[in-house]
Design a protein around this ligand. Structure first.
Ligand code: ZN
Length: 247
């Protein structure tokens, strides 16, 4: 803990990398881990969304349900600590695997966040990219009884999250790599670091000379390479570390 406090204090360019673990402390279910939602509910793959109207409708039903949960979820000390560091002189940026929008709600500027798995609070046309709000999608569905289509080109509209089987947007990957290469402290919070290419980012930072800190409940494959590993609750750990900072 004292080490984490001193790393944060000495660092000049801090990047956070957050996964489901930071949001489970807000009561949001973890999607991918054992016991998570995908072990109880079959994920809808991208190719099924594109091919099949029933899959699309089910995807939208889940989207609206999850979004309601996300909007109702309270922020926790982890989100607040991340926002406070990022809004200080040493904050460089945030890479997140989460799609719940809680970092934005905690006061992190949109421009400082790279959402590598996308964002569920808006949607767009898969063909031409024309944006559509979630509300508009919902009202189209209740009006027509069908999944929403693009008003410009009649293409399929999908929430802006990366589904299983859907390629990661290359511009996000490049942005995330840039952050990893430019920081002097890379802090992983609540990610098991098994999903690629996200899991390569801490390594990229470390091999480029940054300190690597991992705070996660379970072991991760990169633990042996980190300068500091804490298997403790995120919110509490970060809050205590920041309290040790001279103001
Ligand atoms: Zn379109």
């Amino acid at each position: 803990m004292a080490d984490l406090a001193s790393y944060i204090q000495k660092a000049e360019k801090i990047v956070f990398f957050t996964g489901a673990g930071i949001s489970t402390e807000s009561g949001i279910a973890d999607f991918r881990s054992p016991g998570g939602i995908w072990t109880k509910m079959k994920p809808i793959y991208f190719q099924d969304f594109v091919a099949d109207e029933q899959s699309r409708m089910e995807d939208w039903r889940r989207r609206f349900r999850f979004q309601k949960e996300f909007d109702a979820a309270p922020l926790n000390d982890g989100h607040r600590a991340v926002a406070s560091v990022l809004n200080s002189r040493s904050g460089l940026g945030l890479i997140t695997q989460n799609i719940d929008g809680l970092h934005q709600r905690s006061g992190v500027d949109d421009a400082s966040i790279v959402e590598i798995h996308g964002n569920g609070t808006n949607a767009s046309c898969l063909d031409c990219g024309l944006p559509m709000s979630l509300q508009e999608a919902q009202s189209l569905i209740s009006k027509t009884g069908e999944s929403p289509k693009c008003g410009d080109c009649d293409g399929l509209v999908k929430a802006n999250i990366i589904s299983f089987g859907q390629p990661m947007p290359q511009d996000k990957v490049v942005e995330a790599e840039k952050l990893a290469l430019n920081c002097d402290l890379f802090v992983v919070l609540g990610s098991s670091l098994v999903v690629q290419p996200a899991a390569g980012l801490p390594l990229l930072a470390r091999n480029n000379g940054a300190r690597l800190v991992i705070v996660n409940r379970e072991n991760t494959p990169l633990d042996p390479l980190a300068h500091l590993v804490l298997h403790s609750p995120l919110g509490e750990t970060l809050k205590k570390a920041l309290e040790k900072q001279p103001s």
